[in-house]
Design a protein around this ligand. Structure first.
Ligand code: FAD
Ligand code: UDP
Length: 378
């Protein structure tokens, strides 16, 4: 008898498995339908011996000391600040848009305060900033919006920015200084030996059994357990009873080139040309030395693995209906990017799962104290 069946061995599931096993001394079975742990953060050495991320580039960054300290129990870190250039008007310029971007793009030499004035002169002020178009146009005006955001967003989401919540393009906020880092978080680092190595350590506790290549539906009625934690797509769990929640997918194309360095920075974004959105060179992220180098190209598509929840009001409405069903369940909990339909970064998923661990521990121990029997889930 397992105390917990955890569906999905990504960040959401692995954090819960580790906490329940090591803090609460619970017996945990964690399963994944894929043939590996780590979820979308899984990395491995390809046949040329270069460490790559199977599901696209994953760069760790957080402002949460709690999350950083927690993960530090399972990995050492390599300091890494990600930098991205966008290919616009035949030049490679920094994104997020900053002082250097404007000066390079327009051949100017504006100071920090002059840049503020520049943006103000271009901005089309919106009374209410609701959509991903509003966010950018309100801050820097239509021309920069069209050069950097409009076409990238259409390619990535197959939607116009005006059809997406403000939160999507707000992830890439404009700056008036020269800071050309992609993220400004306090902690920016990559797991020194990779994500998979870190996950292996998280799941190496004797109370944890890992089962791969298994959909939970194959075993849920066969293997006894008391409580389920589910981290897959929430609509699939409820057999799509309110219809399908849309997710955006990607196809990854990996190329290895016989050269030490391929591009000038970790990622180059292509808002306006090519069918792919960006190219990432893994060696920048991992710090690996190798005579060859591997690049990933990301091609957005509708069908395929569910990678991105699509933040827009009509999808939030569908999610709310599923959330109501989820909240009504007593011995099944939902966490993670797919099970809570949130466009979360890794650190946000870790934080969410640490919080859920507290809640689950409290609720389950209350049941124990009250002498209630917890029935096997079927
Ligand atoms: P997942 O990692 O998706 O894990 C869920 C697991 O559940 C999967 O392994 C799946 O196989 C399994 N599962 C689903 N259904 C079943 C079932 N029926 N039975 C058994 N198993 C099942 N975040 C960052 O912080 N920085 C980045 O740079 C970054 N880059 C990203 C780039 C891309 C292209 C993508 C798609 C995401 C990126 N993210 C990044 C986000 C990051 O991937 C997620 O925040 C994180 O991986 C979510 O973890 P999770 O455990 O919720 O979900
Ligand atoms: N975006 C854009 N142009 C860029 C970079 C980002 O239009 O050069 C928009 C786009 O809609 C994208 C979103 O901002 O999906 C969030 O970008 P981020 O790099 O955070 O995406 P992720 O790494 O999650 O794919």
């Amino acid at each position: 008898m397992f105390d917990y069946l955890i569906v999905g061995a990504g960040f959401a599931g692995s954090v819960l498995a580790e906490r329940l096993a090591s803090v609460s001394n619970k017996k945990v079975l964690i399963i994944d339908q894929r043939d590996h742990i780590g979820g979308n953060a899984y990395d491995y050495f390809n046949k040329q011996g270069i460490l790559i991320h199977k599901y696209g580039p994953h760069i760790f960054h957080t402002n949460s000391k709690k999350v950083f300290d927690y993960l530090s129990e399972f990995t050492q870190w390599r300091q890494y600040e990600h930098r991205v250039l966008a290919s616009v008007d035949g030049q490679l310029v920094p994104i997020p848009i900053n002082q250097n971007t404007i000066n390079k793009l327009y051949g100017l030499n504006l100071s920090c305060s002059e840049i503020e004035g520049f943006f103000e002169s271009k901005a089309e002020k919106r009374e209410r900033v609701l959509t991903s178009e509003d966010v950018v146009v309100n801050k820097v005006g239509r021309e920069l919006y069209e050069k950097f955001f409009k076409n990238y967003t259409r390619k990535q989401w197959d939607l116009d920015p005006s059809e997406l919540d403000a939160s999507v393009t707000a992830r890439v906020p404009t700056r008036t200084n020269r800071d050309d880092r992609y993220f400004t978080d306090t902690y920016q680092a990559m797991p020194l030996h990779g994500y998979t190595h870190m996950f292996r350590k998280m799941l190496s506790h004797p109370n944890i059994k890992v089962m791969l290549n298994t959909d939970y539906r194959e075993i849920a009625d066969v293997i006894p357990y008391k409580v389920m934690i589910y981290t897959g797509p929430i609509d699939a769990y409820f057999n799509y009873c309110y219809g399908r929640l849309p997710y955006r997918s990607l196809e990854f194309k990996f190329e290895t080139y016989d050269m030490k360095t391929y591009q000038p920075t970790g990622t180059v974004n292509y808002p306006n040309e090519h069918a792919y959105t960006r190219t990432t060179e893994f060696k920048y992220l991992t710090g690996q030395s190798h005579d060859k180098t591997t690049i990933v190209y990301e091609f957005p598509k509708a069908e395929g693995d569910p990678y991105y929840p699509i933040p827009r009001p009509e999808n939030a409405e569908i999610y709310k209906k599923y959330q109501r069903l989820a909240n009504a369940m007593t011995n099944t909990y939902f966490t993670g990017r797919l099970a809570t339909y949130k466009y979360y970064n890794m650190d946000q998923v870790v934080a969410q799962s640490l919080t859920l661990f507290e809640k689950v521990s409290q609720q389950q121990s209350e049941k124990h104290v009250n002498g209630q029997k917890i029935y096997q889930h079927t």
